[in-house]
Every structure is written in structure tokens, then in C-alpha cells.
Write a protein that binds this ligand. Structure first.
Ligand code: ADP
Ligand code: ZN
Length: 651
């Protein structure tokens, strides 16, 4: 959000704020007044105890008794400072004063008593200044600092800012984003176009008696462009865009969330037609029957949201959009007709979608002829819009660092790796032995891949450590985007994953922690085969797991008895064991290639898929013709399924 929006936001809130501001002002004024009176009283007390009026003859007596230290003639008083005896030294010195009397001999008497005397000149000019200095200024200071300290509390409304969404509501008069900026979400855009028309002309629909949706739920993984889509909708319809995140509603104080919701809707209704966008709606809309224990605050907020959604008048043209990546946890009441009854899926983009997204973001970036965005799209299966936007930007930054005016394809590929695996970690130098282990591990993966029919060609092998923990990895490439996977392909994947560990075992006869990530991956696939895809002989087609959080980590939850779970584990183990054995056998039969390529990799640190295949064929004596075909292929179709990184993790 930029500044402008914030400003709009705060303008918006001024009206509703005035009243609370006034209350705050009054409270501060009263407080300052109290301090003022108190200080005056103290002063009075001090004066009273330190200054005493005496009669003129008492003054003369004092003079005679030589008890006067000095005398000051001021305005209408004679101030008398008594002598203090060295031995007594009281806590404070009392000054006496007395009025003037027509006494011509006073000066003479003073001289005689050897008393210092002087007349104080009343400076009428600085009187006002002095008055300000000592009476007004300190209180102004107190007032000012109190105002400064407490204002935020009043500003928020109520006490301590409770109850207003002011600070966090963002309003954009014009988002400036249109559907053209959202690439690869055609279905989502389609289902929102009628909403645009509705916002343009709500009356048309109201007249006929048509009811339009009050709310739509945008569902999809993070970074797929849900916020962008909502903004684009507002941009297309040219209406203001109110946005707030679900987590903003959930506060420490009970009742804050609810009044924020109320406030948001109130503000929006004044500006209708407009769009309200609630990000992370699951933060408020979590199911109330909750096994997570009660949460009064959230419940109140949710109830308020429900009643606001029921209450507002659609004919004005107000549409509420909400985004979530956990639709399954939402309270059913939110999804009832008249609330968020429409669901717009904003899923991860497919190949074409990725190409389009890359194009949108490459629009303003200078690129040379070597750039082929399709190739990059193929290499980034599983990446979402924000990843792709990020990659283009990384590539541009790399070109700048390299003092070039144009981005090259190699920049883009490097950027893909940076986004997936992190930056090269130049300062982590592997020891000689470790480097050797990592090299064999990675070549193990690559070779097992190459030795299996139907696996994805290798694009690159590297043992340059990356910031995200990988000590090395193999980038792999499907020849085309796939939506289905066969059992064989899954087994090939598992075998490939276990190839790293197999190579370590064969060459060094010892194993390292580097395979932990591989094992995790392999286990995940094997388990899914058994429990979700009906691919095991032992169980056949039975669903033993269901996937929760489909749009987040896709974690599966077992729903079977404990005995079955044990049997599942056994079956998974069996699959893994078979695959591992296969990997080991493949590598044992090709130890010569393994050694050669590992040696090369230790020297060069990075090998392209082409080089890898050349060495492989050289040793195997594979004829020229076939070679050309394959090289061509692996050159052209570069991709990396599921952006997976086979690594030797440094955990
Ligand atoms: P979400 O709300 O789904 O988490 P965002 O809308 O915040 O994702 O997306 C973050 C950024 O990623 C956007 O600002 C945009 O630059 C980019 N992006 C995401 N999806 C797309 C898309 N489909 N087309 C173009 N850019 C996208
Ligand atoms: Zn590995």
C-alpha cells in the first residue's frame, strides 16, 4: 500500500473521529487545569511559609538590633532579608516584608546599620514575557506532551484505541489495476465479470428484481493473485476498494473486532458502489463449533460480520470479497446464500498461465532476444504468480549488477534457482571429503534418472551450496506439463530420490544425513500411492487418507484404524525398499559412469544436462544419431517438475 492510500484512509476516518478527539481534548484540558491549580497551591504554601509581613516598627527594631542582612525596595514593599547566624542555619530563610512609610531617615538608618540596600527596577516590558515564561509555558508544555502521549488512544476511539478499524482500513479510490494485469486466471476473471457490470449499474439489476451475490470467496494458495484479482475487479468497475486483513480484526480486547467490522461496513456503505476486500478471512471465519476451544472475540467478530452481510443493501452496489487458503475451516454460516455463496477458485497457474504471468511482469523489463519465457514457464511448474513476478525482478537485478542493459535467458534461469533454492552461498566452502560425498550423491540422483525410461531429463547438476540449505542439487525437466501421473512415474520418482543415498552407500560404504530431504520426499510419494491413489497391491482402492489444507501444505490426515495404519506403514516401507534396491542396482551396474561424472562435477562444480549426457554416452558408446535426438530434446524442453530440488541437505 502506498502513502496515498493511507492518506485517503485517514481522511475517511476523520469525521467519525472528531467526536472522540474532542473528548480526548477535554480530558487533557481538565488534567492540565488540575496540575495548574495544584502547582499554584504549592507555590502559595511556600510563599506563605517563607515570607512574613511585619510592622514597620518591627523592621526598625530589627535594624537597631543589627539583625538585617539586606533590604530591597520593590514596587510597594520593602523586602527584608534577616541575618542568619552561622550556628543555627535553619532549613529555609524567612524573608520579611513591610509597606512603605514616609520615612526620610531610612537610608541614613540603613547606612548606619551597614545594611546593603537596593531598589529593584520593575521591568514592565518583560513582565508579560516573564509571566509567560513561568506561568503559561510550563503548562503549555505539560498540555502538549500529554496530548502527544495520549492522542493515539483517543484517536482509536473509546479507550486505548478500542473499537475502530481506522488505523488499518485501506481505501483506494482507484486501484489502477485491471483484469489485464491478472494473468492466467481466466475462469476466475470470467466469474467476476458480471460483478463488474453489477457495480457499474446496480440499478439495472435491482429494477428487474435480480439478486446479485453479496459476497464472493476467493480460494487458492498464497501468492496466486487473490488480492490482485480483487483490486482488478475494483479497477474494472472504477469503484473504491476497501481492504482489511482478517488478522486485523482479531485483537486482544474483546469487542474490538466486532466494532471494526461495523466500522468498515459503515464507511464502505457511505462510499457505495464499492468493494470490500477481507484478506485471510479464515482468521475470523473459523468454524465456531471449534475443537480449538472457544474464542469469544473471534465469535463476536464473526457474528458481526454475518449480521453486516445480511444487513447491507445490495441495490447500492456493495460487494464483499474475501480471500482464504483454508476454505475448509470456514464457518458454514459464512457460506450460506446471501453471504459468501460464490466461490472463485484461484489455483496455481498451469503452463499457459505461467507464460502469461511472466509476460505481464516482463512487460516493462528490457530483455534481449535470447529470452524465451515459455522455457522458463516449463521450468517452473508449481510456482505461483508471486514467485514468477519475483523471478523476473531477480533476473532484472542480476542484469543490472552485471552492468548490462538487457536481461538474458541465463539471468532468468539463475533467478529461477534463486527463488527455488536460494542464492549461491559463496562463503560456504565444502571440505574436500564433503565435496566428494555431495558430488557422488547428486550424480547418483542424476544417473538413476538417466538410466530409467520415462524419467525427466536432467537440466543441471550443481554442488554449489545455496542459502536455503541445499549443498547441491539436480534440476530436472519434464518434457511437457503433466496433469496425471502413472504408478510407474511415481516409482521412478521414488527411485530417483533414493539414488543419492544409494550412491553414497556404494562408493563410500557409509551414509550421511544429506539424504533426509530425499527420504522425506520419497516417503510422501509412497504413502500417497498407498493411501490416496489406490496403487498398492495390499490395499487396492481404498481411501485411507484425506488431504487437509489443500491450498497450503496439502498435509494428509489418516482416517483409518490403528491396525490399518500399521499395515500402511509396512506397505510404504516395502515400496521404498524395492525402489532403493533398484537404485542401488542401477548404479552398481554403471559405476564407471558414476565415477567419471562425479570426478568432473568435483572439478567443475556445475554440469549442464547436455554435458552430463555427452559423458554418459561417451562411456556407454551410445551412437551419434540417438545422441542428437536426445540432446535436442533436452535442450529444448527444459523444465523442472514441481520445482523440486534434490539436495544434500545441511540440516
Ligand atoms: P494472494 O493474495 O493470492 O496471496 P497476491 O494477489 O498478493 O496473492 O499476489 C502477489 C503478487 O504476485 C501480485 O502483486 C502480483 O505481482 C503477483 N501475481 C500473483 N498472481 C498473479 C497473476 N495471476 N498475474 C499477474 N501477477 C500475479
Ligand atoms: Zn539428494
Amino acid at each position: 500500500m502506498n502513502n496515498e492510500n493511507n492518506q485517503n484512509g485517514s481522511n475517511q476516518n476523520k469525521d467519525s473521529n472528531n467526536k472522540t478527539n474532542k473528548n480526548g481534548m477535554i480530558a487533557i484540558i481538565i488534567a492540565t487545569l488540575f496540575v495548574f491549580i495544584f502547582v499554584c497551591w504549592i507555590r502559595e504554601q511556600v510563599e506563605r511559609t517563607t515570607k512574613q509581613e511585619i510592622t514597620y516598627d518591627a523592621f526598625l527594631d530589627m535594624l537597631n538590633e543589627n539583625k538585617v542582612e539586606s533590604v530591597e525596595f520593590s514596587g510597594n514593599k520593602i523586602m527584608i532579608k534577616p541575618k542568619v547566624s552561622e550556628t543555627e542555619k535553619p532549613l529555609y530563610v524567612i524573608t520579611y516584608y513591610t509597606g512603605y512609610i514616609n520615612d526620610d531617615s531610612l537610608v541614613e538608618k540603613l547606612n548606619k546599620a551597614d545594611v546593603k540596600y537596593q531598589s529593584v527596577v520593575e521591568d514592565s516590558g518583560s513582565g508579560i514575557l516573564e509571566f509567560f515564561m513561568w506561568n503559561v509555558f510550563p503548562f503549555a508544555l505539560i498540555f502538549g506532551s500529554m496530548w502527544f502521549l495520549f492522542r493515539p488512544m483517543f484517536k482509536g476511539g473509546g479507550m486505548m484505541g478500542v473499537g475502530k478499524s481506522n488505523a488499518k482500513v485501506y481505501v483506494e479510490k482507484e486501484t489502477g489495476v485491471t483484469f489485464r494485469d491478472v494473468a492466467g486466471q481466466e475462469e476466475a476473471k470470467d466469474s467476476l465479470t458480471e460483478v463488474v457490470d453489477f457495480l457499474h449499474n446496480p440499478g439495472k439489476y435491482a429494477k428487474i428484481g435480480a439478486k446479485l451475490p453479496k459476497g464472493a470467496l476467493l480460494v487458492g494458495p498464497p501468492g496466486t493473485g487473490k488480492t490482485l484479482l480483487a483490486k482488478a475487479l475494483a479497477g474494472e468497475a472504477k469503484v473504491p476498494f476497501f481492504s482489511l486483513s482478517g488478522s486485523d480484526f482479531v485483537e486482544l480486547y474483546v469487542g474490538v473486532g466486532a466494532s471494526r467490522v461495523r466500522d468498515l461496513f459503515k464507511q464502505a456503505q457511505q462510499k457505495a458502489p464499492c468493494i470490500i476486500f477481507i484478506d485471510e478471512v479464515d482468521a475470523i471465519g473459523k468454524s465456531r463449533d471449534g475443537h480449538h476451544g472457544g474464542n469469544d472475540e473471534r465469535e463476536q467478530t464473526l457474528n458481526q460480520l454475518l449480521s453486516e452481510m445480511d444487513g447491507f443493501d445490495t441495490s447500492k452496489g456493495l460487494v464483499v470479497l474475501a480471500a482464504t487458503n483454508r476454505p475448509e475451516v470456514l464457518d458454514k454460516a459464512l457460506l450460506r446464500p446471501g453471504r459468501f455463496d460464490r466461490r472463485v477458485i484461484v489455483d496455481k497457474p498451469d503452463l499457459k498461465g505461467r507464460v502469461d504471468i511472466l509476460k505481464v511482469h516482463a512487460k516493462d523489463v528490457m530483455m534481449d532476444d535470447s529470452v524465451d519465457l515459455e522455457e522458463i514457464a516449463l521450468a517452473t511448474s508449481g510456482a505461483v504468480g508471486s514467485d514468477l513476478a519475483n523471478m523476473i525482478n531477480e533476473a532484472a537485478i542480476m542484469a543490472v549488477k552485471d552492468n548490462r542493459k538487457f536481461v538474458r535467458q541465463s539471468d532468468l534461469f539463475e533467478a529461477v534457482e534463486v527463488v527455488i533454492a536460494g542464492k549461491e552461498k559463496k562463503d560456504r566452502i565444502l571440505g574436500k571429503d564433503e565435496k566428494k560425498i555431495v558430488a557422488y550423491h547428486e550424480v547418483g540422483h542424476a544417473l538413476v534418472t538417466a538410466l530409467q525410461k520415462g524419467s525427466e531429463p536432467v537440466q543441471k547438476i550443481t554442488i554449489v551450496p545455496r542459502t536455503m540449505g541445499a549443498l547441491g542439487y539436480v534440476m530436472q525437466v519434464p518434457e511437457e506439463e503433466k496433469y496425471l501421473m502413472s504408478k510407474d512415474e511415481m516409482l521412478i520418482r521414488i527411485t530417483t530420490s533414493l539414488g543419492g543415498r544409494a550412491a553414497e552407500k556404494i562408493i563410500f560404504d557409509s551414509i550421511t544425513t544429506g539424504a533426509s530431504n530425499d527420504i522425506e520426499q520419497a516417503t510422501k510419494i509412497a504413502r500417497a500411492m498407498v493411501t490416496q491413489y489406490g496403487m498398492s497391491d495390499a490395499f487396492g482402492m481404498i481411501g485411507l487418507e484425506s488431504v487437509e489444507n489443500r491450498y497450503l501444505d496439502g498435509r494428509a490426515v489418516m482416517n483409518c484404524s490403528d491396525e490399518t495404519a500399521t499395515a500402511v506403514d509396512q506397505e510404504v516401507m516395502k515400496i521404498l525398499k524395492e525402489c532403493y534396491n533398484k537404485a542401488e542396482k542401477l548404479l552398481e551396474g554403471n559405476k564407471d559412469v558414476l565415477d567419471k561424472i562425479a570426478e568432473y562435477l568435483i572439478r567443475e562444480e556445475t554440469i549442464t544436462g547436455k554435458e552430463f549426457m555427452r559423458i554418459y554416452r561417451e562411456i556407454k558408446g551410445i551412437p551419434e544419431e540417438e545422441k542428437e535426438n536426445t540432446v535436442d530434446e533436452s535442450e529444448k524442453k527444459i523444465s523442472q517438475e514441481e520445482t523440486k530440488v534434490d539436495d544434500a541437505d545441511a540440516k
